[in-house]
Design a protein. Structure first.
Length: 65
């Protein structure tokens, strides 16, 4: 498994879990943080991983040709 593929898969899973938290945990209350805010942070982190994985994939293709 290449680094680019690893980042793409990890970013996709993180983004989907964050989206699920953001959509379905609006009425769950925790004493310190809210799960909807954690979901937004996870979506941002997953998006960043997707962008980085895409960059690695494109940079790897560019250097091989």
């Amino acid at each position: 498994m290449t680094k680019a593929l690893k980042h793409l898969l990890e970013g996709s899973v993180t983004l989907v879990v964050g989206l699920a938290l953001w959509l379905f945990t609006g009425d769950v209350e925790l004493p310190v943080v809210t799960l909807t805010k954690i979901g937004v942070v996870m979506m941002c982190w997953g998006g960043a991983q997707l962008l980085f994985g895409s960059y690695l994939g494109l940079a790897g293709q560019r250097s091989k040709s």
